[in-house]
Design a protein around this ligand. Structure first.
Ligand code: SF4
Length: 379
């Protein structure tokens, strides 16, 4: 079965992509936003299970700092949590089993099982709490609130069946650079049964399903091969020259189609990146005579955890951005920039000041550079 916990929300809108005869492109390498999300998830997991927290990018540090502040006052923090708990739900038997923790996404499941991994789980005698950390919002309203979040509703069903519990509270926690918000919903035995019924109905509909186009298409693994993407492309780029009129009546539908086509383009670009990466230095030959190849691009971040700690702190303080140091291990270039902006610096003066601080931190050994993949045209 192609369905997992994270694809259930799309399955509720359209079941065509889950048919056995639909060949979706291979999974793409994670985007930058996904990599940051993975880093934040790993840091939170480390914190929950008492492991050393490691963060390598400014963005992840900023998000983790926001989470830490929120968690320190959250009533949830008193519970005992298990992180990255994988389960499988057997649709035909209406039963579930615990697979393990930290098993990655290469689940071993039967043809009637749906796998899923819970970010954080606390199980009591007759009640369980499930948390999903969200660090990306994407197009539209972002992840659904807890009461309408079918990924978490399925996880509640899994935990209820695996541990014979009939009360589960699910929490969607959105972590942003501007703060953390959360929604919660408690499912009782009746609602958990209703989730089981709905999951079975959706799975049973898959073999004969037709594509159901909508705002969910931009999250679909099969968007690049779906027949409705062709119609969406025609709507935003008609084959015949016509005047494209945007009105109150068609603007929403056009935007939705645009997102679908963008998602299809991203899938194709991801597949081309994989192809280019496998070709190593040869890359993809372009009609211009150039080649499109994978190259390593350095990213610099501030590191105040090493020997240069005191000197680095002094440099930032002398620059007048000491308030950016408050979070201790979570000092980012963006934080320093915010502080300097708050002091009225802008434009060239701001850029020069940041360049000076970064150059001094670099000389003091208080930065670190990580290399990420990028794709460039080369001669
Ligand atoms: S692109 Fe949309 S209509 Fe097509 S399979 Fe995916 S969700 Fe269904």
């Amino acid at each position: 079965m192609k369905i997992t916990g994270s694809t259930l929300p799309v399955l509720r809108r359209c079941q065509w992509w889950a048919r056995e005869d639909v060949q979706a492109p291979p999974a793409l390498p994670p985007s930058d936003a996904m990599l940051i999300g993975t880093e934040v998830h790993a840091a939170i997991e480390s914190m929950l299970i008492g492991r050393k927290v490691e963060l390598h990018t400014d963005d992840a540090r900023d998000l983790f700092h926001e989470w830490q502040q929120w968690w320190s006052t959250s009533p949830l923090s008193v519970d005992e949590w298990t992180a990255e708990a994988a389960y499988a739900y057997d649709v035909q038997r209406d039963a579930a089993r615990f697979i393990g923790t930290n098993v990655g996404r290469g689940y071993q499941v039967s043809t009637t099982e749906i796998p899923g991994t819970i970010d954080a789980l606390a199980i009591g005698d007759d009640h369980a709490e499930i948390i999903d950390w969200k660090t990306t919002s994407g197009f539209g309203a972002g992840p659904a609130d807890a009461n309408d979040n079918w990924q978490l509703r399925l996880y509640a069903l899994m935990v209820a069946r695996a541990h014979r519990i009939d009360s589960v509270t699910i929490h969607v926690v959105r972590i942003t650079p501007n703060g953390v918000t959360s929604t919660s919903h408690t499912l009782d035995a009746f609602e958990i049964d209703a989730v089981a019924h709905e999951v079975k109905r959706l799975v049973d509909a898959v073999p004969t399903a037709l594509p159901q186009q909508g705002s969910h298409c931009h999250r679909c693994r099969a968007v690049a091969v779906c027949p409705t993407t062709n119609a969406a492309t025609t709507a935003i780029a008609p084959p015949e020259p016509v005047k494209l009129e945007i009105t109150d009546d068609n603007a929403g539908a056009l935007l939705m189609k645009l997102r679908q086509v963008q998602a299809a383009c991203e899938q194709l670009e991801g597949s081309l990146k994989l192809y280019a990466a496998n070709k190593m230095a040869e890359g993809i030959r372009l009609p211009t005579g150039k080649r499109w190849v994978r190259v390593g691009v350095d990213r610099e971040s501030i590191n105040l955890n090493g020997d240069a700690n005191a000197l680095g702190i002094a440099i930032i303080s002398m620059a007048g951005a000491e308030r950016a140091l408050e979070p201790k291990i979570v000092v980012s270039k963006a934080g320093i920039e915010r502080e300097l902006k708050a002091q009225g610096l802008k434009g060239r003066e701001l850029k020069q000041k940041i360049d000076d601080v970064m150059s001094e931190l670099r000389a003091a050994g208080a930065t670190r550079v990580t290399t990420v993949d990028a794709y460039r045209e080369v001669e």
